[in-house]
Design a protein around this ligand. Structure first.
Ligand SMILES: Nc1ncnc2c1ncn2[C@@H]1O[C@H](COP(=O)(O)OP(=O)(O)OP(=O)(O)O)[C@@H](O)[C@H]1O
Length: 455
């Protein structure tokens, strides 16, 4: 995918030189000679990076003032400053005001490319960290050896390389989003963003703001929408059946000519995105009921992809259980557990209406709650009641409530209290050392201990 770099400089020669160097490196470039045309260009489409000369002659705003406006409109858009020779102070002040870095004139092509690469990389990392945080500990591997999963993997590999739109169907928690991420990661757009937007969790009133962004009365960019954020990459429309009908028409337009208008705006913004979408609902029925546009359905699903529910691939249960144990153990320090044959047989025959997500939650719960001897084996009687096992001798919370049947969130809290208590003991009651060990600020740990009733 081509990054889109906006070069802002009042000197034609320099503008063209920078554009030439970056074009040769395979970047997409646009240029602007003054602050107003720069803002218009950003408004036309959000670039991946702005390279900005600090001295803009004959421009309404000078470089620093323009930097402030850009930062205010879009704090995540990276800006690299070009400063005059020996003008380090201004460059430093630009960095204080949020520029990523500066290049001092005169500069060599190598330096320009290096800083550009770094700025793009940093911005990509920032985005990835945010995405990772959102996914909290999930990994990207599609685990499973069943023929259903092997087939899915093969199809994903085949369709990833193309630019085709894919409609992913399958029950809730079966791995649709994971499949979409794999498609993105194996595609030529992998270096670009993967932006997911879930129609089931966004209210219809906010849907268009989130998708298209908002423009203010003076034509400035007030909020970047998902479409613009996904430029050069992939947009994942999760639970597309829940899109309001009016929005469906606007999405159709994006599919036709890759343009849209921001909420409150008039100009059409051009983007280069691949759209993947998913549905757990029967879209054909939604069409018959008039809730979903048939023309949109055909355009979204040029290639249909079905992710099977866990009940269709029970043979994957043991390998998934092991995978999640390793994942959870690495993230939380909980010891791995052996699962007895009887318990595994129960897990394998259970129907898992919540599919892989539910299985993962149950594995986490088992690991949290079966403490004690790490060598001990998890037997069927320890399985949560809803999984179908007998639960005669379960540990209780003291309130008589069975640990295995309580919501995972509460179970996590209990685990957290025990964990923190053990660490404090280990460090002889020294809060600072405990805080350092568990990776928390001292004051945050203090607050936490208070809420948990431990201090
Ligand atoms: N084959 C798999 N291997 C490993 N982890 C998986 C697999 N499939 C799904 N997961 C994990 O299960 C959880 C649910 O998956 P995901 O969010 O992709 O499902 P989904 O179908 O998009 O769910 P929903 O539509 O309900 O949001 C995630 O934590 C995901 O990482």
């Amino acid at each position: 995918m081509a990054y889109d770099i906006l070069i802002v400089d009042d000197e034609t020669d320099i503008r063209e030189m920078i554009a030439g160097i970056l074009d040769d490196e395979g970047y997409g470039t646009r240029t602007a000679a003054d602050s107003d045309s720069a803002l218009t260009a950003i408004k036309e489409r959000r670039p991946s990076l702005v390279i900005l000369d600090i001295w803009l002659q004959g421009s309404r705003l000078d470089g620093l003032a323009l930097l402030d406006v850009i930062r205010e409109q879009d704090p995540d858009l990276p800006v690299v400053i070009i400063s005059g020779h020996g003008n380090i102070e201004t460059a430093v002040s630009a960095i204080k005001r949020g520029a990523y870095d500066y290049i001092e004139k005169p500069f060599k092509a190598d330096r320009l490319i290096l800083i550009t690469d770094r700025a793009l990389e940093a911005s990509k990392l920032k985005r990835e960290i945010r995405e990772l945080k959102q996914r909290s500990g999930d990994t990207m591997r599609l685990v499973g050896e069943s023929s259903a999963i092997n087939q899915l993997r093969q199809t994903i590999e085949r369709v990833a390389a193309t630019n085709s739109r894919i409609l992913i169907s399958g029950p809730s928690g079966s791995g649709k989003e994971l499949a979409a991420r794999m498609i993105h990661d194996l595609s030529p757009r992998a270096r670009g963003p993967f932006v997911a937007i879930n129609a089931a969790t966004i209210t219809p009133e906010r849907m268009e703001d989130e998708l298209f962004g908002i423009e203010d009365a003076s034509g400035g960019l007030r909020k970047v929408g998902a479409l613009e954020e996904a430029h050069g990459g992939t947009l994942y429309l999760d639970e597309v059946a829940d899109m309001p009908r009016e929005t469906q028409g606007k999405i159709l337009r994006v599919l036709v000519d890759q343009t849209f208008t921001r909420v409150g705006g008039a100009t059409r913004v051009q983007v280069d995105i691949r759209i993947l979408s998913s549905t757990a609902k029967d879209l054909e029925r939604a069409i018959a009921e008039g809730a979903f546009r048939e023309d949109l359905y055909h355009r979204l699903g040029v290639v249909p992809l079905r992710v099977p529910g866990l009940a269709e691939r029970r043979e994957d249960v043991p390998i998934l259980v092991r995978h999640f144990m390793e994942q959870i153990s690495a993230a939380s320090g909980l010891p791995m557990r052996r699962i007895g044959d009887d318990a595994m047989a129960v897990l394998q025959t259970h129907d898992w209406p919540g599919n892989i997500r539910q299985l993962r939650n149950n594995v986490e719960r088992l690991m949290i709650l079966t403490r004690g001897d790490p060598e001990s084996t998890i037997t069927a009687d320890l399985l949560p009641a809803e999984v179908g096992a007998m639960v005669p001798n379960l540990p209780t919370t003291g309130g008589g409530e069975h640990l295995m049947s309580m919501p995972l969130r509460d179970a996590r809290e209990i685990f957290e209290r025990d964990y923190l208590q053990a660490q404090i003991k280990r460090f002889g009651g020294n809060i600072s050392r405990t805080a350092e060990f568990v990776g928390m600020e001292r004051s945050a740990l203090h607050r936490k201990l208070k809420t948990l009733g431990l201090s």
